[in-house]
Design a protein around this ligand. Structure first.
Ligand code: ATP
Ligand code: MG
Length: 643
């Protein structure tokens, strides 16, 4: 299960070979300032910085490129016009395959962004204002991000699937007086009432935090209410007037983004301009080994950091072509992803394990009936990928020809932190791989003692990197508390991790999800991988619960493949199966079949809810506002095994 999969050979234009990686990684640690000043040359600066990192983790104060200035929209759009104005920046694939898709060149994108920036200005937005974007996955969403960057406003993108309550909390959290939205969004056969939700959210706001302007893009043409003086149709206020890029200090804020809330109340993470830009540009370039002319598709929504760094900023900072997909993987059928890849000749595809598992469950025919020969490289992000799903992605989707990059990172890290590089490293299914340049991972035990060599512990990062978040907006104490207090002087990721004898990192899940059964520490991801290996199992989530004798027991939630039935015999078989795969110590105590797992809107399993149910303590589920299907919780409680 953990064998090495050989990397393909690179070509002359490969950005990083094994030898180059070793030399560059060493250099990035030995002389970080020189390394990151050199990487900063990927961008156009108004004033090129003389300093790279100036930071301390105790007290917590982080800055990069502090005496440099630049504008990110200029870097993402304007500077490509002279030589590559006719290169396609975005390919838009609409929700319905029958609606026309659309390509925008950099020149066309520039016009769109200028119009959007002028519309924002017409509403009164100025430098430093927070602008909430609540958008469908359409070109105007990315254009609104770029328009904010152009005029120095700080965007806060809120995923279009969030409720008015969750939205209100995020508008208030950053005291945002301006909103950009659309009349409605489309997701499969559903219409999402975006503007109605905005109206409902505004009604929930404190009278002291009024919203001054709502910019509305007409997308579906659905009927909505417009409030005079506050709401403006985009086409009414947009103009082609000259709109120069505002020069920004490297440490001026670029955006606020709320984490997905898997572990508790979402945090409004703040990223600044210069360091984030270098990180997004460099990680995109190396991790995907991006070559000019290639079509890159990241299926994440711009409401998540993955969409920020790898739908919008990373690709455009590299002058690349990025696909924006409005729809969902199972509409009109389970072959949609693969159709999009064929239609737009996608070369690099980047998605989440949850989507891979869902599609794998539907069988191979949906994939094998498509061509997919344009694919060169595949990527995953968001959760540990179980080796079974990795294999399927590699063999069935990638025809064993495409390297897979399993990228570990967080909203707080701005971009990739641990990943293999496609032509530098062999792959190990289930392992994220090696640290990116400048990233210094440290595993520590629960007392904070560093662990050397092959070890299993809490994943910390000891040195700052350019893309690191600077604070939690308006609450620096929470920033310190969340990331720097558990192990003082170190950035603590909250994730458990194992490093093997080859120096590969294996994320074992959140530290809270590491369980200790009779003194044996194990990551819940390991038990989940074993379960999913069984041909009848589609998805599994494993949590610990207090156990009188063992300290902690193992509780498994299992979703079966389409058409399979639950039975006591299957329960026994699965317990036996895990026992055989991992060992008697991992034998599940309880196994509950379920039609689905509670997930965040970004598709991550919310294990803290499952833990409460397993503990029979479902009265205190905590913040469930980011749950995709709240009704599922009642069904899970109903079927609980540990009564
Ligand atoms: P919150 O911080 O509010 O609980 P969240 O951590 O889910 O939410 P994100 O920043 O979107 O919000 O997710 C980062 C987390 O996702 C990481 O800490 C890690 O647990 C997980 N993760 C991301 N990529 C990978 C990967 N390739 N392998 C394993 N885990 C991953
Ligand atoms: Mg997190």
């Amino acid at each position: 299960m953990r064998d090495l999969v050989q990397r393909p050979e690179g070509t002359a234009s490969t950005h990083c070979t094994a030898e180059q990686y070793d030399a560059m990684y060493r250099q990035s640690l030995a002389n970080p300032d020189a390394f990151w000043l050199e990487q900063a040359q990927r961008l156009d600066w108004s004033t090129f910085p003389t300093k790279a990192g100036e930071w301390s983790f105790d007290p917590v104060d982080i800055a990069w490129y502090s005496d440099g200035s630049l504008n990110l929209c200029h870097n993402a759009v304007d500077r490509h016009l002279a030589d590559n104005g006719d290169t396609v920046a975005f390919i838009f694939e609409p929700d319905s395959p029958d609606s026309p898709s659309r390509s925008l060149t950099y020149r066309e994108l520039h016009s769109e962004v200028v119009r959007m920036a002028n519309a924002l200005k017409a509403m009164g937005v100025t430098k430093g204002d927070r602008v909430t974007l609540y958008m469908p996955m359409i070109v105007e969403g990315a254009a609104a991000m770029l328009a904010c960057a152009r005029i120095g406003a700080i965007h806060s993108v809120v995923f279009g699937g969030f409720s008015p309550e969750a939205l209100a909390g995020r508008i208030e959290g950053c005291e945002s007086r301006f909103i950009v939205t659309a009349d409605e969004g489309l997701r499969g056969t559903k219409r999402v009432p975006l503007k109605d939700n905005i109206d409902a959210a505004i009604a929930l706001l404190d009278a002291n935090s009024p919203v001054d302007g709502v910019l509305v893009i007409r997308h579906t043409g659905g009927k909505i209410a417009m409030q005079d003086g506050r709401d403006h149709w985009y086409t009414d206020v947009a103009s082609d007037a000259d709109c120069p890029c505002v020069e920004m200090h490297a440490e001026d804020p670029l955006f606020i983004l709320y984490t997905s809330g898997s572990t508790g109340k979402p945090k409004g993470v703040l990223h600044t301009t210069g360091g984030y830009a270098v990180w997004a540009a460099a990680t995109f370039y190396y991790t995907f080994d991006y070559q000019p002319g290639e079509v890159f598709w990241c299926s994440a929504d711009i409401g998540w950091v993955t969409g920020h760094s790898y739908v919008t900023y990373g690709p455009l900072l590299n002058g690349g072509t990025s696909v924006i997909f409005e729809g969902v993987p199972n509409y009109p059928d389970h072959g949609r992803f693969w159709d999009v890849i064929d239609r737009h000749k996608v070369n690099i595809f980047y998605t989440a394990p949850t989507a891979i598992r869902a599609l794998m469950r539907e069988g191979n025919d949906w994939v094998t009936s498509r061509d997919l020969s344009s694919l060169r490289l595949l990527g995953t992000v968001g959760e540990p990928i179980n080796p079974e799903a990795w294999r399927w992605y590699y063999e069935v989707v990638g025809k064993s020809n495409c390297p897979i990059v399993d990228t570990w990172w967080q909203t707080e890290t701005g971009g990739h932190m641990i990943t293999t590089l496609p032509y530098a490293h062999d792959m190990k299914p289930g392992s994220a791989g090696k640290p990116f340049f400048g990233v210094q991972p440290l595993l520590v035990d629960n007392e904070g003692n560093p662990l050397e060599g092959a070890a299993d512990g809490n994943l910390c990062i000891t040195h700052s990197w350019p893309g690191q978040a600077r604070t939690v907006y308006g609450d620096h104490d929470r920033f310190i508390e969340a990331y720097f207090s558990t192990f003082p002087g170190r950035y603590f990721t909250g994730d458990g991790c194992r490093r093997d004898e080859d120096g590969y990192y294996w994320i074992t899940g959140r530290v809270d999800d590491v369980i200790n059964v009779s003194g044996h520490r194990m990551g819940t991801a390991e038990v989940e991988s074993a379960l999913v290996l069984h041909p009848k199992v589609s998805e599994a989530a494993v949590v610990g619960f207090p156990h009188d004798i063992k300290g902690q027991g193992i509780y498994c939630y299992v979703t079966l493949m389409e058409g399979e039935n639950t039975s006591a015999a299957l329960t026994a078989e699965l317990r036996q199966w895990v026992r055989k795969e991992i060992g008697p110590i991992a034998t599940p105590d309880h196994l509950q079949f379920t039609s689905g797992l509670p997930k965040t809107r970004s598709g991550k399993i919310m294990r803290r809810i499952l833990r409460k149910i397993a503990e029979n303590d479902y009265g205190a589920l905590g913040d469930t506002s980011t749950l995709a299907d709240p009704s599922l919780v009642d069904r899970l409680i109903e079927g609980r095994q540990n009564r």
